[in-house]
Design a protein around this ligand. Sequence first.
Ligand SMILES: Cc1ncc(COP(=O)(O)O)c(C=O)c1O
Length: 362
Amino acid sequence: MNGLRLDAVSRYLAWAKLNATARFNLAASGVLDYPLAELPVHIEDLEIGGTGPYGYRPLMERLAAKAGVPTECVVYTLGTSMANFVALTALVHRGDDVLVERPTYDPLLTVLDYIGAKVCRFERLPENGFRLRPEELERKLTPQTRLVILCNLHNPSGALTDESTLRQVGAIAAKVGARVLVDEVYLETLFEQSWRSAFHLGENFVVTSSLTKAYGLSGIRCGWILAEPELVQRMWQVVDFTYGIPAHPAELLGVIALDNLDRVRARARALLETNRVLVNEFLVRHGELDCDPSRFGTTVFPRLKAGRTAEFVGILREQFETSVVPGEFFEQPQHFRIGFCGATETVRGGLERLSAALGAFR
Ligand SMILES: Cc1ncc(COP(=O)(O)O)c(C=O)c1O
């Protein structure tokens, strides 16, 4: 009896893989793919084999330098997905109490279900701009809580949690000996302001992230975990019995991407700045929706004030060739998520169709 919930599924990811595509895809949350041809990659730069036992050294050094931590605090992973899986498997045991924000990224709940954790929730409220409220989190914490989980930026709303709030969360969790796992995959989209990882804010922070969402580099799967060295050892053991070793060509591409991150960042920043203006203009025009303007990230999460959102989203896809993510996947059925990180023409076209669909839905 191993205690694993073998029937655990992420309904959201299955939906995203099979149903999210449409001519105007506003369901994605990662920046449009960066063309390989625009990276200075030559076939002789790539090799089949050559990784290190626990990470390819040049890549580990670059990831550590990027985060401002020693390499002993880094685990290289396949995207944030594997970072979350490895981190949670190392941090949580069957029956442990884990406190997770709501709404959240569904696969985090699935992994906890798979492990057999006891999940409790704290709320981020739409009327508060989905801001994280430490007092609400403290109310839900128990002496048995082992781990608190949040995303910064928040998925689906894009809300930013600042350092002082995160420090409070760390201190509250520390009172009961709990750690805080912060998924920072969207924090990488804060191109215009300097930021540092929550890992630096206290000893009980563990961070997961990747180059996938902010840079259009999802296919390289360059992800990482930041944790204290003892935990890092345990996480590498989890890597040993899951994917074992990574794809070395992907590690080499990760090194090239990190060495050229400025140009990749400039393209993503320009795209998101342009598209953010479009989505904010759209939100101002639509009183049928309740939503703060976007300030950060790649998505917004409006509430449809009247009518069934699931029905609206279906009509939008079938009659207007436009996909968004139904709020049910974030446990907020009256909301839907708009991603504005695709090509500007796609975002413009999708928003026009969204307007038309809202008009027709009245
Ligand atoms: C909060 C969050 N974490 C992790 C992931 C997965 O990221 P990756 O593509 O790096 O595996 C996503 C993808 O949507 C996400 O929204």
